[in-house]
Ligand binder design. Sequence first.
Ligand code: GLC
Length: 447
Amino acid sequence: MTEKQKWFEEARYGLFIHWGLYSALGGQWKDTKLTRNTEWIMRQAEIPFEEYRKLADSFDPVCFDADAWVRKAVDFGCRYLCITAKHHDGFAMFDSAVSDYSIMHTPFGRDIVRELSDACRRHGIKFCVYYSQMQDWADPDGDGNYWDYDPAKKDFEAYFNNKVKPQVRELLTKYGEIGMIWFDTPYHMPRELCRELERFVHSIQPDCLINGRIGYGFGDYRQMSDNEIPSAVYHGLWETPMTLNNTWGYSKTDECWKSPEKVIRMLVDVVSKGGNLLINIGPDAAGRIPQGSVDVLDRVGAWLHKNGESIYGTVPCADSPYQLRWGGLTGRGTTAYLHLLDAAETPDRIKLCNIETRALRARLLSTGEELPAAQTYELARDEHRLIIHYPQDRLDELDTVIAVEFEEAPVFRSLYMNFEDQGGAAATARPVENKKTSGNAAEGYAE
Ligand code: GLC
C-alpha cells in the first residue's frame, strides 16, 4: 500500500452526492417516469439537448449551503465526500472555462465544487469529484446521445481532447487537493485513452486516487458494481457505491430508504471484507437533502460516533472458518471487533469457534465495560471456543460491538482436524484475563 492510498483504507465510509440539472426533474419527464437511475432521465426519455438545457435557466438551489452539507456528512460519520462535478448529462457543477454549460450560467451562478471543496477542507474530510469521462449527452462528440447527434459523425478524440482533459485539468488545479477522481461508464472508450487519462491525472496530482471505472484495469482501486458487495474477502483496495433508496439522483416518489440497521449491516459486511462503502444521497433542485435519507444516515452516524473504532482503519480479521450467525468481524492488529447484529441468534453470549489465539480481555466498545469471557480447548474434538457474555440490557439495537484483545493477531484454526502436534494434552479451560470473569470457564463445554 502506498502512502497516498492510506487515507482511503482508513476512511472506510464515504458520502456520494448525485446532484445536477436532472435533480430538477426528479425522475419524471412527460410520460417517462423512472423508478431508478433518475439521473439518466435525459437519455431514457431522449430529451433533446436544446430542451434539457433550459433546466439551467431556472436552476437556483437557494437552500444549498456547502458548510451545512459537509457538517451533515461529518454527522453521518463519513470520512470523504464525492460530488458529481459532471455527470453523463454533460453539465458542469463548477466554473469551467471550457464550456458555458455550467452552474455559472444559471440564476445561481455559484461554483458548487469550490464551495464544497472549501467546506470539506474546513471540516477535515477528503474532497473527491465524480467526472463522467465517456458519456456526455450535451456534446455532439461525447458518447451516449444518439437522438440529437449522428453516432457516425462523432469524433470521440476531439471530445476527449477539447472537453475531458481541459475540464479534468480544471478540477485538479483549481480546487486544491482532490482525494480521488471517480470516473464512470468507460464502455467503449479506447484503452489507450483510458491509460492517457490515468497518466494525465497523475501528472497533475500524483496523490489523487483514481477509481477502477477509468477502465481496462487502470486506476488505483477496484470499483465494485453498483450496490454489489463481494461474497468473500477481497484483497486490495475497493469500494462499493450504494444507493440509499433505488436511485442515485433525486426522485420525487422514491421513499424506499434502507433502514439504519441495513446500512450498518452493509458497512460491517463491506469493511469485514476489506472494502469501503460509498453511500449515496440525491439532493433536490432547491439544494435540500431528502429528510428520509437524513433520518437514516443520522442514526448510522450516531452509531459510528460511539463505535467508529470498529470500522475506521480496520481490516478483515482472520477469516472465521464458520459463518458467524450473530454478525461480523472486523479487526486491527491484535484486536478483533465482534459485531453483534443478531442478538436473537445467540441470547446472552457470543461463541467464537476455532479461535486459537489467547484472548486477554473483552470489552463493550461503546462504554469500555469489561465483559466476562472464557476460552477453552477440547482435544477430543479439537475445538477451541471463546465465549463472551454480554449484558442483554445494554444492547445497541443497531449493532453491539465487543472488542476482544488478543495476545497477538488472532488466528483461527481450520476445520481440518490435525491431532499430531497436540502431544496428548488434556482439554483445558481458562477464564480470559478479565478482572471480572464469569468464574465458570468450563461452561465453554456446555453445548
Ligand atoms: C452507474 C450510472 C450512474 C451512477 C453510477 C454510480 O454507472 O451510470 O448514473 O452515477 O452508476 O455508481
